[in-house]
Ligand binder design. Structure first.
Ligand SMILES: C[S@@+](CC[C@H](N)C(=O)[O-])C[C@H]1O[C@@H](n2cnc3c(N)ncnc32)[C@H](O)[C@@H]1O
Length: 370
């Protein structure tokens, strides 16, 4: 079935169609909703989102537009390829209800790509068999920066309802401003005290009846992308990584995407993540299970020069930077950034974009009574 799906995508050129449609909506949103005052802030942020990703808070004014111009369509395409690969390998969860968690989403390129891939799969099944297994797709995300959560809130609304649309395509990216701001606060069993509309008498006094209710967050797919860039960070997020893997549903998938791990900087990061997820104790009073690695050090790439997606990514960057600087590149861009920018837009620019994917599958079952 998945092979047929891939052939159908290729025959109808649907990955490119979705890519172009999102690119069109994204750029028209950015251009329509930026006034002249905020353009300067965006120009000041280009070099930060390129070179200082580990240093900035992502709450500096102008960050979301600068990040979106430089990274959004590139990351979206990387995720198209990642989810296609996971589908082809038969490890992406396909079921009636799919709950997804994206951690440290930024402006959400992975969420738009997931939404599109599942929606395409659903369309394919309906076309071939009149009905799709997939009935419901829900995405939650955790993101600390107000710049990004505001962007996500407004852009999704714009992309779904405001633009002149060629079809009725909708994105499953949520309008809420994240379920938790900080990954450190993320809890999968969230307890609430609620007051019922009832009273009880205790030793002659009347009290409103209280009870504790638990909101349980369970996911079929969790994604962490371009987020953990050094071993210290992995150690700091140890509990969140453990919990995310632990609370996945049976057959759920935890996907970690980032830079190629052959360098001294990144290999230890992936090794540490492996240790945490694979050695977690997957056992409660009622359940037991494990997580195993189903995709290891999987390298992927596409080209900025020999590939129409790559060429479009460069055009979007070129048009975006030209728009935000009012075509006053020399006057408004920092010198180092201008050098990089001129390199990208040169006709002979030739670069291959490479990244790495690791994925873990959760299995669990009810414990037998002894
Ligand atoms: C380099 S960006 C990656 C964004 C996106 N996942 C991508 O692949 O393009 C890292 C993101 O993680 C967010 N972040 C960093 N620490 C966080 C935390 N403790 N809780 C929630 N989000 C956090 C940042 O605000 C930023 O948006």
């Amino acid at each position: 079935m998945n092979d047929e799906f891939v052939k159908w995508l290729e025959k109808n050129d649907l990955l490119y169609e979705r890519f172009c449609e999102l690119n069109k909506r994204l750029t028209s949103f950015l251009y329509k909703y930026t006034d002249d005052n905020s353009k300067t802030e965006v120009c000041n942020r280009f070099s930060d989102v390129l070179k200082n990703c580990d240093v900035i808070t992502y709450d500096e004014e102008g960050v979301s537009a600068a990040y979106t111009v430089l990274h959004f369509m590139d990351r979206y395409h990387r995720f198209q390829l990642v989810f296609l690969e996971l589908l082809e390998k038969g490890i992406l969860p396909i079921k009636s209800r799919i709950d997804i968690l994206d951690l440290g989403s930024g402006p959400g390129p992975s969420m738009y790509a997931m939404s599109d891939m599942y929606e395409l799969y659903r369309k394919f099944e309906i076309e071939k068999k009149k009905e799709s297994k997939i009935k419901e797709i829900n995405i939650d995300y955790v993101e600390r920066s107000n710049e990004f959560t505001n962007f996500l809130h407004h852009f999704t609304e714009y992309a779904n309802y405001t633009d002149d649309k060629v079809d009725e395509w909708k994105y499953h990216v949520p309008y809420h401003h994240t379920i938790f701001r900080d990954i450190n606060d993320l809890v999968f069993n969230e307890k609430h005290r609620i007051f019922r509309n009832e009273y009880e008498e205790i030793e002659g006094e009347w009290y409103q009846v209280q009870e504790i209710q638990t909101v349980k967050r369970r996911y079929d797919l969790a994604v962490l992308s371009n987020f953990l860039t050094n071993v210290d960070m992995v150690e700091r997020f140890n509990k969140q990584l453990k919990d995310t893997a632990f609370f996945l549903r049976n057959r759920g998938l935890f996907v970690v995407v980032g830079a190629i791990g052959s360098s001294e900087k990144y290999r230890p990061v992936y090794e540490e993540i492996d240790k945490i997820i694979l050695k977690n104790r997957y056992r409660t009073k009622r359940f037991e299970g494990y997580c195993n690695k189903v995709l290891s050090e999987h390298r992927m790439e596409y080209s900025f020069s020999n590939d129409r997606f790559g060429k479009d990514v460069i055009s979007t960057i070129k048009d975006g930077v030209t728009f935000f600087t009012d075509n006053e590149l020399e006057e408004r861009l920092d010198k180092e950034f201008l050098k990089d920018f001129n390199k990208w837009i040169a006709p002979d620019y030739n670069k291959s974009i490479k990244w790495e994917v690791n994925a873990y599958k959760r299995r669990s079952w009810l414990r037998k009574n002894k």
